[in-house]
Design a protein around this ligand. Structure first.
Ligand code: GAP
Length: 434
């Protein structure tokens, strides 16, 4: 399975999904850049989530809060206290640092890198510090948000009033978050800079349990709809003693990654922890009809879910899809998420009329769909390259096109080809890809 992980990492780089950040300088602290296909996939995941939360569900509105916030927010939220700290141990010999719970051996045993002994565990706060304004002193310290949801709580009143909302309602947000993780690892699974898609559902205390079940089910269905096999997802009820400082109940949605079952999304009952603490610390009245609404939160990482969708879709097919070639990679990704929807291929590159026609079609389709133009190699080779990135349709312009104004269109999933008039292409694709 670790082998699969290596394959996905190199595939992601080779096909323009994910590159190590600042690679020409040797990379940087487990940061990653999303290349041309990665950024399309990421955009599609975010859109699928936004459509699900804002369009399909009722009574949820959106927000885009700033990353830097008044530092008092983090005092009220509990992030400045021990609650948002990991325990860190350092090897006395090689000085490598580890998250205590990541070192397999019990405390007091040896460093996995050099066999040295560990120091005693100490608390390490995960928030990233920066300085705001021209003078760097204690008063200028600010933090990069470690989760997006605090922007939602501090805007609770603004949103409720401006949109004239009544409880229950939800606020959804997608944005960057930063954590100074001690052991970022497993490619884009755990990084220091990542994006979250979070929704906070405000409801009456008595209804919180019912809504928890509702949201858990909705969120699981979202993965199923987008092509994740049920056998690769499971839920994990977080034991009471492991709950985060704010949580009354937490269920992790876990995916079977190449390195084992791991969390992709958390569903949390946060009680009235956030609103009551922000009310106390800010002096603002954040009650609704005299009480603090309780919060059910759904929280998933964009990058982590992208890793899930890539892993799920990645296949190596011995003998190729035709059964007659070498092993081929096939990215069988859901149509909504596929980063490239259409490719336009001139049958030959040395016939100017065919190339001209193909470029014309490419230029027209790319205004509507993410489209690739590819004229190198045999058609079979080009199909294989397109299957590798999960491109859904391939449009081939051939000699007949010049006479009948029609093209051959190949469907990725069925591999069937049919002839279609150029003027009907856009309508056909819109219908198929909606
Ligand atoms: N507001 C609640 C919250 O942030 P969390 O369990 O700490 O809860 C929620 O994070 C989700 O955010 C995780 O399930 C994961 O998908 C993503 N996430 C958290 N830390 C991450 C990291 N260091 N790198 C990538 N994704 C991360």
């Amino acid at each position: 399975m670790e082998d699969l992980m290596q394959k996905i990492v190199s595939f992601s780089k080779r096909r323009g999904f994910i590159f190590p950040s600042s690679e020409i300088y040797g990379g940087f602290g487990s940061c990653y850049d999303f290349g041309p296909l990665g950024v399309e996939l990421k955009k599609n995941i975010k859109k699928a989530w936004w459509d699900e939360m804002i369009k399909k569900q009722n009574d949820i509105v959106g927000l885009d809060a700033s990353i830097l916030m008044n530092p008092r927010v983090w005092k009220a939220s509990g992030h400045l206290s021990a609650g948002f700290a990991d325990e860190l141990v350092e090897c006395k010999k090689c000085h490598h640092r580890f998250r205590k719970d990541f070192v397999n051996s019990p405390a007091g045993e040896k460093c996995p890198d050099c066999g040295g002994a560990f120091t005693k565990a100490k608390k390490f706060n995960l928030m990233m510090k920066t300085s705001v304004g021209p003078v760097e002193d204690d008063a200028s310290i600010a933090y990069l948000r470690p989760e997006t949801c605090q922007g939602i709580y501090v805007n609770f009143k603004n949103i409720m009033q401006s949109m004239r909302l009544k409880v229950p309602f939800g606020i959804a947000q997608i944005g960057k978050a930063f954590r100074n993780e001690i052991n970022p690892k497993d490619f884009i699974f755990r990084t220091r800079e990542f994006e979250q898609m979070e929704m906070q559902w405000f409801c009456e205390h008595q209804k919180a349990d019912k809504f928890f079940e509702y949201w858990l089910k909705q969120r699981l269905n979202w993965y199923y709809k987008l092509g994740i096999n049920k056998k690769n997802l499971r839920i994990y009820e977080v034991p009471k003693k492991e709950l985060a400082h704010y949580a009354k109940r937490a269920v992790d949605i876990e995916y079977k990654f190449p390195f084992g079952w791991k969390e992709i999304e958390g569903i949390h009952n946060r009680g009235d922890w956030d609103l009551s603490n922000h009310a106390k610390n800010s002096g603002e009245d954040l009650k609704y009809e005299g009480y603090f609404p309780h919060v059910i939160e759904t929280s998933v990482g964009v990058d982590r879910s992208l890793f899930v969708f890539l892993t799920e879709a990645y296949q190596e097919i011995k003998g190729g899809r035709s059964g007659k070639t070498n092993t081929e990679i096939f990215l069988e990704i859901n149509r909504i998420l596929a980063p490239v929807k259409v490719a336009v291929l001139p049958l030959v590159k040395n016939k100017p009329e065919i190339v001209k026609k193909a470029k014309e079609i490419y230029r027209s389709l790319k205004t509507e769909f993410v489209t690739l133009y590819d004229q190198t190699g045999s058609i079979g080779r080009r199909y294989r390259r397109l299957d590798e990135i999960g491109c859904i349709f391939a449009v081939t312009v051939d000699f007949d096109t010049l006479k009948d104004n029609a093209v051959t269109i190949r469907d990725r999933d069925t591999m069937k080809q049919k002839r279609i008039k150029i003027k009907e292409l856009s309508q056909f694709l819109n219908q198929e890809l909606k």
